[in-house]
Design a protein around this ligand. Structure first.
Ligand code: G6P
Length: 472
């Protein structure tokens, strides 16, 4: 029977170990939710790294067995591979360049070698599982070479690729010493998807300028194959966020928040620790608000959650220290006996707590310097069942192309973010509702299930088109 193989760097599961026993908890991430209906069915599977270093062969076999019951197939990485493939090439080379922060990029031959080897490791595991007629859907920048590596072995198989982070303009992309190899790897796919038209356009531009290929509209002709490149903005599970607010445990947490804060003056900020998220700039804008508008001293609160991430990569460690320092400065300078301007948390929270915050906070401040899509902005909108609340959103986030009723800001313009906060604090309820209703319609309709269906249907159409071309 034809099966679908999902591939991403991380498996949609969290593994914790205690006294030699491993507990597997399915993750709640957007991709895991969206693809849940696919990989859990029949003999479909998801291939990826379990996110933990397990070196002992026996331990690996034990975990592999547990994972198989959940339709998951692990790719174990050694510490060396974690250092050079994951932290190195993925997060110190590709991540900064693709997020337009090329000054942070390191171009190391041994990072590239590890990236190539680990993509091959994924390929070898997939080759053991894949059969003619299967569909393979590969995700994200950690696996850019994988489509080409699989294509070389299985010329007929159907391969989709989706990139969750931006694709930079040619001028940035060309900086990477292995740029041609990367594009050749990506072109192993039949269908290539990006979040925005700009990413799609940048990819087509880079392909046309770096490789000796023909591109016509959104089709690349390469090695006698036609590769279709299209835009598929990813959505979230709208119903999940819209209904979570009614759960008793969420209601209880909302009541706790009500006792401590004024919802109209609570500005919510939630991110993974990352320099692409504009966290320091957001703190600057909030500080400026307190300087220029002392009337908010004692009332406005920035509720800032930063979820630990990649903290073994040097730039992330530095950023964490800078945030600690900045938050400390603002609080020391402005706090009163009864009021803390920045409520800062460096840890992950359960979904119920995030839902309580999304439901409660009158303002959500999402100002990344660059972001492929940004799902926090959509989760906030989906949670606002009363249609009130204001979203301030960076024009550099993919989501800004859809959520045009947010207050849109340039994240480099600190003064503009401060003004947006003032506008949000002053916004009449009727205007909040008019904007929020429009955004909710968009987030409800173009949800994650719609996204999966659209991509899978298109992949099938592309394969039919290719078979027709071969038959002619
Ligand atoms: C972004 C990337 C994902 C990645 C996630 C978490 O959303 O697009 O591919 O999994 O960040 O980062 P991590 O390095 O912890 O997997």
């Amino acid at each position: 029977m034809r099966k679908t193989i999902i591939v991403s760097n991380r498996l949609p599961v969290k593994i914790s170990e205690a006294n030699g026993d491993y507990t597997l908890t399915p993750s709640e991430g957007g991709l895991a939710t969206g693809l849940g209906s696919i990989y859990r069915e029949g003999n479909n599977i998801w291939v990826g790294w379990p996110g933990q270093e397990i070196t002992d062969q026996k331990e690996q076999e034990k975990v592999t067995k547990q994972l198989r019951k959940m339709n998951l197939v692990p790719v174990y990485l050694t510490q060396d591979e974690i250092n050079n493939f994951y932290e190195g090439f993925s997060n110190e080379t590709l991540w900064p360049v693709f997020h337009y922060m090329s000054v942070y990029a390191h171009y190391e031959q041994h990072y590239w070698d590890a990236y190539f080897q680990v993509n091959k490791k994924f390929r070898d595991i997939i080759l053991k599982i894949a059969e003619p007629g299967d569909i393979i859907w590969i995700h994200d920048y950690q696996l850019l070479l994988l489509p080409g590596m699989i294509r070389a072995e299985l010329p007929e198989i159907s391969i989709g690729f989706f990139q969750h982070i931006p694709f930079p303009s040619f001028e940035l992309f060309r900086l990477i010493p292995w740029r041609a190899e990367i594009l050749e790897g990506m072109l192993g796919a039949d269908l290539m998807g990006f979040h925005t038209f700009d990413d799609t356009r940048h990819f087509l531009d880079a392909v046309g300028r770096i490789l000796p290929v023909n591109t016509s509209a959104n089709i690349v002709s390469y090695n006698d194959r036609a590769i279709v490149v299209e835009t598929f903005p990813m959505g979230i599970d709208f119903d999940k966020y819209a209904t979570l607010g009614n759960y008793p445990e969420v209601q209880e947490q909302i009541r706790d928040l009500e006792q401590n804060f004024d919802k109209n003056q609570l500005i919510l900020s939630i991110d993974r620790l990352d320099y692409s998220k504009g966290i320091l700039q957001r703190l600057q804008a909030f500080e400026l608000l307190l300087q220029l508008h002392p009337e908010y001293i004692g009332s406005a609160v920035l509720y800032m959650i930063v979820v630990p991430s990649r903290d073994t990569v040097p730039q992330y460690k530095e950023l964490r220290d800078e945030i600690d320092k900045y938050v400390g400065n603002i609080n020391a300078r402005f706090r009163t006996l009864t009021w803390h301007p920045v409520q800062y948390f460096y840890r992950a929270f359960p979904l119920e707590t995030l839902s309580a915050l999304y439901n409660f906070a009158g303002i959500c401040l999402v100002t990344p310097m660059r972001d492929g899509m940004n799902l926090v902005s959509k989760e906030y909108v989906a949670s606002r069942n009363n249609n009130d609340g204001v979203l301030i959103l960076s024009e550099m986030a993919g989501a800004s192309k859809e959520l045009i009723d947010a207050i849109i800001v340039n994240p480099n313009n600190i003064g503009a973010i401060t003004r947006a906060i003032v506008d949000a604090l002053d916004m009449p309820l009727a205007e909040q509702q008019r904007r929020m209703k429009q955004m909710r319609t968009v987030v409800a309709k173009f949800n994650v299930h719609h996204w999966v269906k659209l991509f899978m249907t298109r992949l099938q159409e592309v394969n039919e088109m290719q078979q027709n071309m071969l038959a002619r």
